[in-house]
Design a protein around this ligand. Structure first.
Ligand SMILES: [Fe+2]
Length: 191
């Protein structure tokens, strides 16, 4: 084999040996959060890193596999927990496994066509199957970093367009100290 078959990752730091992480800062998430005023206010006090993804893509071609190590910081904008931007796969039929490593979070899964949304917990010892044609986002509902692996077909690719334009139908808010999943339209009435 002419590609690396062994890699070492650290779920505590989000690092994979020999691979540079992509870091997304708060100002990379403009327009995504429910409470725009709270978002602007937060940016005035700093531009913290919200999440990192380190992608390991050793081999290309049909049948090959890639993985990404995600690490999402704890935090909120208004009542809304920090989340990843979320994406569809450019090759829509491509599915993915998310494997929880550290922290406490949720995954939002939203079918591209029907809009049907499913919510699953994500933490150590849980594996979430993300079907094809399904946008996916992680949400950190805890007080420590949420880290996980996503394992996906090499041909999957990433498409951020639909979510950047329409966002997810559901939001996850802290209400009375607990994470609550709500319809975006309902949640807008809270602000
Ligand atoms: Fe994905």
């Amino acid at each position: 084999m002419n590609f690396p078959m062994l890699s070492q990752f650290n779920p505590e730091t989000g690092e994979v040996e020999g691979t540079a992480p992509k870091i997304r800062f708060l100002d990379n998430l403009k327009g995504y959060f429910l409470d725009q005023a709270a978002y602007q206010k937060a940016l005035q006090t700093g531009n913290p890193p919200v999440y990192s993804v380190t992608s390991v893509e050793p081999a290309q071609g049909d049948g090959q596999l890639h993985y990404g190590l995600g690490r999402l910081m704890p935090g909120k904008i208004g009542r809304e927990y920090y989340f990843t931007a979320g994406h569809l796969h450019a090759f829509r039929p491509a599915a993915e496994f998310y494997i929880g490593l550290t922290g406490e979070g949720l995954m939002l899964l939203q079918h591209e066509i029907t809009g049907e949304t499913l919510v699953f917990p994500l933490r150590a010892n849980l594996v979430v199957y993300v079907p094809g044609y399904t946008a996916h986002r992680t949400v950190n509902c805890g007080t420590t970093p949420l880290s996980y692996l996503g394992v996906y077909p090499a041909q999957a690719g990433h498409d951020y367009g639909m979510i950047a334009e329409k966002n997810f139908n559901k939001v996850v808010l802290e209400i009375n100290g607990q994470p609550v999943v709500m319809d975006r339209q309902e949640a807008l009435k809270l602000n």
